[in-house]
Design a protein around this ligand. Structure first.
Ligand SMILES: Nc1ncnc2c1ncn2[C@@H]1O[C@H](COP(=O)(O)OP(=O)(O)O)[C@@H](O)[C@H]1O
Ligand SMILES: [Ca+2]
Length: 442
């Protein structure tokens, strides 16, 4: 640990040390997400102490290794926890994070090569975790929508190869250590992560927030309902209970498969679930007029292009996109008055269009995405150098938020990549849950 610290966060991968009692939220604020400044500033930044290195190598440290096998990339998160005494709750000390592209599903026909990418990432953990703790450090890989969309046979042979890599490693390999994760577990992990982060803020003005994750293939929404009404009006399969510290919590959580950004592109183009796409040209008013190109996704090749003769721009594009989202998602009333953390492609597209800074993130209103979508779609030639899908992606994000989930124009979204150098991802919550269920403490 000391050695890694000398590297000051640069090696191997991106080392981050933060120190916050992650469980305060669970213990004191009844799972309320606590936000202080609901103005347009980063509401986290005042509350976290600056990064710091552990003063000494500690013997009350333990680790958890979580792989996120996403549809566009594979990521390793190596978390360090410190437990000061048995009666104290563990604190998150830091994270090492690294990622590779493409994701495992790109190796559908070469499972060994796919597993090799996992092995290279796992080698980082050999350096990061002290040898005497290897046997006590669980390693788990959870695959998301990308693998959910592969055939069962291809997905299973990938998972089998990865399992072998784990078995050959010196780490603790729990039962079911390599699996395709249920969408609601992904959402639950994200919610738990944010609860852990927000624990630092307890005692401030309390507002509860939820999380929105926009992946390539699927999208998730999660929040802790405050009103009985919401629980009554919500279909049972949108509610997930989980236990922690002798309490049961009921979360609203749902994963919409096929509503990730890339899957949505296909749906908008009318290319989803179309047989014999080869040779067929899919056109959209959301694409530059003169564009004609090819796109490889999920093992298929698609030809797509702009409306050469017809209309292009924000209005016709919005109508096209509306068909894909309108009436397709459950709209809980309660979310209208809430704030949400937004990750992944919400973050990336906001960065691409200078709505937020890549390092800092920021707070946006739903209408900021709409304004940007109008600007990009009505001036596509100006945005030529960016992705040809930029207009479509922004309109999809706008429509998904407004017409899909039913958010207001002024709903606040906190776009956050990292809290004090720890990635905001479902992985922290899932690792925490894993360590709890294995009874791993110092
Ligand atoms: N830990 C992470 N750090 C940075 N970006 C991430 C992380 N996890 C997901 N993303 C972003 O989300 C996008 C899509 O998510 P991904 O996890 O690959 O898809 P899916 O969740 O549908 O499997 C990625 O392109 C990436 O920009
Ligand atoms: Ca993801």
């Amino acid at each position: 640990l000391t050695l890694l610290c000398l590297g000051n966060g640069e090696s191997p991968g991106k080392m981050a040390f933060s120190r916050f009692p992650i469980l305060l939220a669970l213990a004191f604020s009844s799972f309320s997400f606590v936000l202080s400044h609901l103005n347009r500033e980063m509401w986290f930044q005042d509350f976290f102490p600056p990064n710091m290195c552990p003063i000494n190598a500690k013997d009350n440290t333990f680790y958890g290794i979580m792989f996120d096998a996403g549809s566009t990339g594979t990521r390793i998160h190596i978390y360090t926890f410190v437990q000061k005494s048995p009666e104290n709750l563990p604190e998150l000390e830091g994270e090492i994070f690294e990622s590779v592209k493409p994701g495992l599903s790109a190796y559908a026909d070469q499972p060994e090569k796919g597993a090799e990418t996992v092995k290279r990432l796992l080698d980082m953990a050999i350096d990061a975790v002290p040898p005497h703790l290897w046997k006590k450090t669980p390693v788990v890989l959870k695959a998301t929508a990308g693998l959910r969309l592969l055939s069962e046979e291809k997905a299973q042979s990938l998972l089998l190869e990865v399992r072998e890599v784990f078995e050959e490693s010196p780490f603790l390999v729990p039962e079911d250590s390599v699996s395709i994760m249920d969408g609601s577990y992904e959402a639950l992990g994200a919610a738990l992560s944010m609860m852990l982060f927000a624990g630092q803020l307890s005692g401030q003005n309390q507002h509860t927030v939820g999380t929105l994750d926009l992946g390539g293939a699927s999208t998730q929404i999660t929040f802790l309902p405050q009103f009985e009404e919401t629980l009554k009006e919500t279909p049972g399969d949108f509610l997930t209970s989980f236990e922690m510290f002798n309490s049961t919590y009921k979360l609203y959580t749902h994963s919409y498969l096929g509503f990730g950004l890339k899957a949505a592109r296909l749906a908008i183009l009318g290319a989803l679930n179309v047989e014999a796409v080869d040779g067929q040209m899919f056109r959209s008013s959301c694409l530059p007029k003169q564009l004609e190109a090819e796109w490889h996704f999920g093992g298929m090749k698609y030809r797509y292009g702009g409306n050469k003769e017809g209309e292009t721009g924000f209005k016709p594009c919005y109508l096209e996109v509306l068909k894909v989202v309108e009436g397709k998602l459950h709209q809980p009333d309660e979310i209208r008055g809430r704030s949400f953390y937004a990750f992944s492609y919400y973050y990336d597209r906001a960065v691409d269009t200078n709505l937020i800074d890549y390092e800092q993130g920021g707070v946006l209103e739903v209408r900021d995405f709409e304004r940007k979508a109008e600007e990009v779609c009505d001036n596509m030639e100006k945005y030529n150098s960016a992705s040809p899908f930029l207009c479509m992606d922004l309109v999809y994000i706008t429509a998904l938020l407004k017409e899909g989930f039913g958010f207001r124009d002024n709903t606040l979204l906190q776009l956050t990549k990292k809290v004090n150098n720890v990635e905001t991802s479902w992985t922290l919550g899932a690792t925490f849950h894993l360590l709890q269920s294995l009874g791993i403490t110092y």
